[in-house]
Design a protein around this ligand. Structure first.
Ligand code: PMP
Length: 434
C-alpha cells in the first residue's frame, strides 16, 4: 500500500487532525539528515527525540541488529539469560560513575522511570522503612508518561486528564529569567537557595515519609534548564542528611549530551539510581536501562532469603536485538570520541553556543540558554509550533516546547550545520514576529 489512509494510526503527542491536514512524513535518514516523502533533506537538530546521538543510519549499529536477529531473535529474561545482556551490563557498569553497578533493562525512558521509583520503594521496604512512599519531583520535570512518571513530573498537560496517582510534592523549577537570562553553560545565580527548598518540603512532609527525589540533571522537555551552579551538589547533601534516595533521570543527558557519558560525571554528583534510554541504542531499538547503586541492590537482595527479590520486569527486558544495538552504539560513541564532542568547552560546542547566542536581540526572544549541545530559545509568546513548522519547510527540524524551541543535535554535528541552523532560525523568528 503506497498511500495508506491516515485515519487509523492514533499518533502520540500529536494534533492528529492537524497532522492529517499537512502530514510530515520521514522516509529515510542518514547522518545529520532526514529524507522526506517528497525527497527533501531536512537537517536534524534534535537527534530525533533527543536520542540519535551518533546521527542516523550508522552501518555498524544496523549490521549488529541484523546479525542478532538471525542468531537469537528473542530470549525470555525471567529466569533465563543470554550472554549479551550480561556483557552489556558489565560495560554500562564500567561506564557509569561510582557504585552504579547493577543494570536493569526496560524498553523506554518511561519504563526506566517506573522501575527506578519501584526500586526506591523496594529499597526502603527492605530496610524496614516502608513508610517512605512519597516522591519529590520538580516543576517542569519530564519523567515520561506512565502513572508514576506523570505524578513525579511537573508538566500539567501530562496529568490533567489522568490524575496524579502517587503521593508527590514538587520543587520549583530552576529557571530565573530575571537573574540568569541568556546564560551559557550553568546559570550562575540562585542554585543553593533553589536547592534549599528541599529542606522546606522535608519539614512539611517529614523525612520518614519521603522515598526519593527524582530530577533531570538538565531538565529537557520542560524547557532545557541547566542547573544553576551548586544546585545538584546541595540537593545531594540534603538527601544524604535525611536518608532520601536521589534519582537522576538521565534519559536525555545520558550518553554524551554533556561531554561525559553521563551528566552525573560532568557535574560530579553521584545519584543512588540513574535512569537511561534514548542514546543507549542511538534510538535504533527501544531500550532503557536503570543503573542502581550497589547499596540499593544489596538491600533488596538481602531482604529476600530466596525466591524472586524484585517483582518487576518486562517481556522485552534485555531484548537481544536491543542489546546488540546498544553494544554497537557504545562502540561508535567510543571509537568516534562522541562523548568528548559534547564537552561544553570543546570547539563544536563553543561554535554552536556562539552561533545561537548571536540571535539575542531578535524580536520576541527573551532567553537563549544552552549547556554544550543542548539548547533552547525562548520567546515572549507561544511561538514554538509556528517556528518549528516554518523551519521544517526550510529544511530544519527543531523541537517546539510551546514558548520555546529546543535543540539537541547529534554529536556528529559540524560547523556548517550550525551556520545553516542559525540562518534558518533567524529568518523564522523574524517572519513570526514581524
Ligand atoms: N525521562 C526523560 C528525562 C525524558 O526526556 C523522557 C522522554 N523525552 C522520558 C523520561 C520518557 O522516555 P520515553 O519517551 O522513552 O518513554
Amino acid at each position: 500500500m503506497n498511500n495508506p489512509s491516515l485515519n487509523t494510526h492514533w499518533m502520540p503527542f500529536t494534533p492528529n487532525k492537524g497532522f492529517k491536514a499537512s502530514p510530515r512524513m520521514l522516509t529515510g535518514a542518514k547522518g545529520m539528515h532526514w529524507i522526506t516523502d517528497d525527497n527533501r533533506q531536512v537537517l536534524d537538530m534534535t537527534a530525533g527525540l533527543w536520542c540519535c546521538n551518533a546521527g542516523h543510519g550508522n552501518p555498524h549499529i544496523a549490521e549488529a541488529i541484523a546479525r542478532q536477529a538471525r542468531e537469537l531473535d528473542y530470549a525470555p529474561c525471567f529466569g533465563f539469560g543470554h550472554p549479551l545482556a550480561f556483557e552489556l551490563s558489565e560495560r554500562l557498569a564500567h561506564l557509569a560513575p561510582g557504585n552504579l553497578n547493577r543494570v536493569f533493562y526496560t524498553n523506554s525512558g518511561s519504563e526506566s522511570v517506573e522501575t527506578a521509583l519501584k526500586m526506591a520503594l523496594a529499597y526502603h521496604h527492605a530496610r524496614g522503612e516502608a513508610g517512605r512512599q512519597l516522591f519529590i519531583g520538580r516543576e517542569r520535570g519530564y519523567h515520561g508518561v506512565n502513572f508514576g512518571g506523570i505524578a513525579v513530573g511537573g508538566i500539567t498537560n501530562n496529568y490533567k486528564a489522568f490524575g496524579q496517582w502517587l503521593p508527590t510534592d514538587h520543587l520549583s523549577h530552576t529557571q530565573d529569567l530575571r537573574r540568569n537570562a541568556f546564560s551559557r553553560g550553568l546559570p550562575l545565580h540562585g542554585g543553593i537557595d533553589m536547592a534549599n527548598e528541599l529542606e522546606k518540603l522535608i519539614r512539611l512532609h517529614d523525612a520518614s515519609r519521603i522515598a526519593a527525589v527524582i530530577i533531570e540533571p538538565i531538565s529537557g522537555a520542560g524547557g532545557v534548564l541547566p542547573p544553576p551552579v551548586g544546585y545538584l551538589q546541595r540537593i545531594r547533601e540534603i538527601c544524604d542528611q535525611h536518608g532520601i534516595l536521589l534519582i537522576f533521570d538521565e534519559v536525555i543527558c545520558g550518553f554524551g549530551r554533556t561531554g561525559e557519558a553521563f551528566a552525573s560525571q560532568t557535574f560530579q554528583v553521584q545519584p543512588d539510581i540513574m535512569t537511561t534510554a534514548k542514546g543507549l541504542t542511538n534510538g535504533a531499538a527501544p531500550m532503557g536501562a536503570v543503573l542502581a547503586g550497589d547499596h540499593v541492590y544489596d538491600a533488596v537482595m538481602e531482604a529476600s532469603a530466596s525466591g524472586v527479590e524484585f517483582f518487576h520486569g518486562y517481556t522485552y527486558s534485555a531484548h537481544p536485538l536491543a542489546c546488540a544495538a546498544a553494544m554497537a552504539t557504545l562502540d561508535v560513541y567510543e571509537q568516534d570520541g562522541l562523548y568528548q564532542r559534547g564537552d561544553a568547552d570543546g570547539e563544536i560546542s563553543q561554535y554552536f553556543e556562539r552561533g545561537l547566542h548571536s540571535l539575542k536581540g531578535l524580536p520576541g526572544v527573551i532567553d537563549i540558554r544552552n549547556y554544550s549541545l543542548i539548547a533552547a530559545v525562548e520567546f515572549d509568546a507561544p511561538a514554538g509550533t509556528d517556528i518549528q513548522a516554518m523551519a521544517w519547510e526550510q529544511g530544519l527540524m527543531l523541537r517546539s516546547l510551546g514558548n520555546a524551541i529546543a535543540m539537541s543535535p547529534p554529536l556528529i554535528l559540524e560547523k556548517e550545520h550550525v551556520d545553516q541552523t542559525v540562518g534558518i532560525l533567524e529568518r523564522c523568528i523574524r517572519q513570526h514576529f514581524k
